[in-house]
Design a protein around this ligand. Structure first.
Ligand code: EPU
Length: 417
């Protein structure tokens, strides 16, 4: 449990970590190589879980600081940790590399956050189309077959991990692959850059298509640096606006990937300044105004910043309208805001109103998922009275040393039993 004592303010500079959602597919795709060194990998729960899974596959892992080395020379399916695979959504990313290596895989349906249905039809349709047959059990996904050559048109439905699996599955497939309706989030681009550096032939186009011409082989030893995390950066924007003493500076802020988010922040009345070299200064902001917003695929407003933005809106004058188009469970965390005397109204699983401004009161609240958990930290800093947050393991899955980082900005968050 976390305890946030009220009345504290932030100041100083925060360094944004490497991106969770870029590291996960790049670690998974690394299974195609023999040895890989990755820099700027965040030390967070989801990465530790994925590494434990790949260690159970015989991969030798060394994770020192933010540098990760992996040696795949003894990879095998013999002792795969199925229990852990059930727990993290990212285990689905192992499908493509394991199929390429072994021609057949049987993995449990992946778990993940409490944010709603997480279908995998786009992954399976694409993999079937290139030659793998699937037998769906109730509990597991079984795919096997021979990778077909020739030209293929695949469809990813703008789904992020499906796009990533289909890219990885096709870089060594003889023939031309066109992935239609591809996700183009910065983490997808980072995966493409990683694979291109290893010799893959991939072109991302402006119309959400990705062209891949299969190469005979890629490099067996790779080195790469993970991009910074624009979702973590957006989280600190809201923290700075609501809880800084005067302002905070965000280094590696990924400003160019936050355009939709920052435009909405500006509409609400958040004051910020681009200080150059990807540093964003965010000022404490008052007289905030209600807005309407809708989550969307990149470069739209990211669903992963919806919950922290809702906390911002709880402090804005008027009635805000939130449309969460991706995940039907992701607005449920608003019941926690209600416990803190906020005034949200859930209209349906995809839509909520937020009445503001409200004087939030400290309470005991729960993290519904990693993003909603961090939203509760922000709410706790805005509230009068102490706030206790349970289920903090969700937050630790996705934010590197969040307590330490906020601590460096002058705010003490205690971790209690
Ligand atoms: N969808 C389908 N069919 C599929 C796959 C997805 O209909 O086969 C639908 C989903 O129901 C959902 C939408 O497409 O409505 C988005 O799902 P997507 O597959 O894109 O989500 P994901 O790949 O499972 C990644 C991130 C999420 C992030 C979403 C959306 C990773 C490891 N996870 O999930 O990150 O919310 O994209 O941008 O990259 C987080 O970091 O907190 C997180 C949940």
């Amino acid at each position: 449990m976390l305890k946030i004592t009220w009345g504290q303010t932030l100041s100083g500079t925060v360094e944004i970590s490497g991106s969770k959602n870029a590291s996960l597919p790049i670690i998974a795709a690394s299974l195609l190589l023999e040895k890989v060194t990755l820099h700027n990998v965040p030390r967070i729960g989801d990465i530790f879980s994925l590494l434990e899974i790949i260690q159970s596959l015989g991969v030798v892992v060394n994770f020192t600081g933010n540098t990760l080395t992996m040696d795949m020379s003894r990879i095998s399916l013999e002792n795969m940790n199925r229990e852990l695979m059930k727990k993290i959504r990212a285990s689905i990313l192992l499908l493509a590399p394991l199929l390429y290596r072994f021609g057949s895989v049987d993995i449990p349906f992946p778990g993940g956050c409490n944010i709603g249905k997480r279908p995998i039809n786009e992954h399976l349709n694409g993999l079937r189309e290139i030659g793998y047959e699937s037998k769906d059990g109730d509990e597991s996904i079984h795919l096997s077959g021979k990778l077909q050559s020739g030209d293929k048109n695949l469809y990813a439905g703008f789904a992020v991990t499906a796009t990533e699996n289909l890219i990885t599955a096709n870089i060594l497939r003889p023939g031309h692959t066109r992935i239609h309706l591809a996700a183009i989030e910065p983490h997808v681009v980072n995966l493409v850059d990683f694979l291109k550096k290893q010799g893959a032939n991939i072109v991302m186009n402006y119309d959400h298509t990705i062209d891949i011409v299969g190469v005979e082989r890629i490099l067996t030893i790779g080195e790469f640096s993970i991009v910074h995390d624009y979702i973590e950066s957006g989280t600190f924007v809201v923290l700075g606006a609501l809880a800084s003493e005067g302002y905070i500076d965000i280094h590696h802020a990924c400003i160019s990937w936050l355009t939709s988010f920052l435009a909405k922040c500006q509409e609400v009345g958040v004051r910020f300044e681009d200080r150059g070299e990807d540093t964003l200064r965010v000022y404490r902001s008052e007289h905030l105004k209600a807005v309407k917003f809708q989550t969307n695929i990149f470069p739209g407003f990211p669903t992963d910043l919806q919950s922290v933005f809702c906390i911002l809106l709880s402090q804005a004058e008027g009635v805000s309208r939130v449309q969460e188009i991706m995940f039907e469970g992701r607005l449920n965390f608003l019941v926690e805001l209600e416990k803190m005397k906020g005034h949200p109204a859930l209209m349906n699983p995809h839509e909520a109103l937020i009445f503001g401004p409200t004087h939030l009161r400290g309470s005991t609240v729960s993290s519904w998922d990693l993003r909603a958990g961090v939203a509760m930290i922000i709410a706790g800093l805005v509230a009068t009275g102490d706030t206790y947050i349970t289920n903090v393991e969700y937050i630790e899955r996705g934010y590197e040393d969040i307590i330490g980082k906020i601590g460096k900005l002058g705010v003490v968050i205690e971790k209690t039993e």
